[in-house]
Design a protein around this ligand. Structure first.
Ligand code: ZN
Length: 288
């Protein structure tokens, strides 16, 4: 048997056939690898995307990447920008816009490529302040309100990152580190106030610390038209504002220990109204 194969292998036509066979198999494997690479590499579903020279919305636009292009991801940044290659072009794209079918960078808004950190105050073992009857906790309503704002901002195509999206403890340091790490274009913290139980204080207010937040603080304050009384924009020496390098504001949207304010804080329609107005103001801040 062995002898017979050896004899066949020495036979010239058989050798040519064998070499051809091996080359065909190698080519087929290469083709399969290339196809797999193409299928697994993300495709641009948007009408067009900006290719920029740095992973942020202020950097120079190199060109537009059109619909249907397959991208090779070289690396990603901490704020969800991808450094990609397509054809022979390289640059950064906002990855969250990749599969937005109706997105066209030629008529985009500045908020589309913005990274916004939304911070629902307190959580987990830290319940925040309590209602006068001790039944309702601030942490429940900061998350409800933040979630409503997040859904508005996502509809506006922004890259939204939450410091928490469930009832868990997150330290103040973790919150600001996240904002600084992703180089957020904006950080918004949600809270409800307390006047230490006397129940007489009422109203909502906007807080800022560094001058880089003046513009957005004023814009958000001007955009409010609520059933509660406005306490305006104030300087607030809060950790999440003070330790934030990014433009940061903190919203106190009513007093938990005021029975008057609490009925609004707990109502879905008040939360919806606040979220609509905050969403609109943030959009204006980025696009005006
Ligand atoms: Zn609070």
């Amino acid at each position: 048997m062995i002898k017979q194969i050896w004899i066949d292998f020495k036979n010239a036509p058989f050798r040519i056939w064998l070499i051809r066979g091996i080359i065909s198999v190698i080519l087929l494997i290469m083709l399969i690898i290339e196809l797999a690479r193409l299928i697994s590499s993300p495709k641009v579903e948007a009408e067009s995307l900006n290719l920029r020279n740095a992973p942020n919305d202020q950097s120079k636009i190199i060109e537009q990447v059109p619909y249907g292009q397959h991208l090779k991801i070289i690396k990603s940044s901490e704020n969800n920008w991808w450094y990609v290659k397509y054809n022979n072009h390289k640059g950064w794209i906002a990855s969250w816009l990749l599969d937005k079918k109706d997105y066209n960078s030629k008529n985009s808004n500045k908020i589309d490529e913005a990274t916004i950190v939304i911070d629902p105050g307190h959580g987990g073992s830290d319940s925040g302040t309590l209602s006068a009857n001790q039944q309702y906790m601030e942490k429940t309503y900061t998350l409800k309100m933040a979630n409503k704002v997040v859904s508005r901002l996502k509809k506006m195509n922004a890259n939204v990152i939450m410091t928490r999206d469930s009832d868990k403890y997150v330290s103040l340091g973790q919150r600001t580190r996240l904002s600084n790490y992703v180089k957020a274009d904006l950080f918004v913290s949600f809270h409800f106030d307390s006047a230490n139980g006397d129940g007489n204080a009422s109203g909502f207010g906007v807080y800022k610390y560094h001058p880089n937040a003046d513009g957005v603080a004023n814009k958000v304050n001007e955009g409010f038209d609520l059933p509660l009384h406005s306490r305006g924009v104030s300087m607030g020496d809060y950790y999440v504002l003070r330790e934030n390098k990014q433009p940061a504001i903190l919203l106190e949207m009513g007093f938990m220990d005021s029975n008057h304010d609490l009925q609004y804080i707990r109502s879905d329609s008040y939360q919806e109204t606040v979220a609509n107005q905050v969403g609109k103001s943030i959009n204006k801040y980025f696009n005006e």
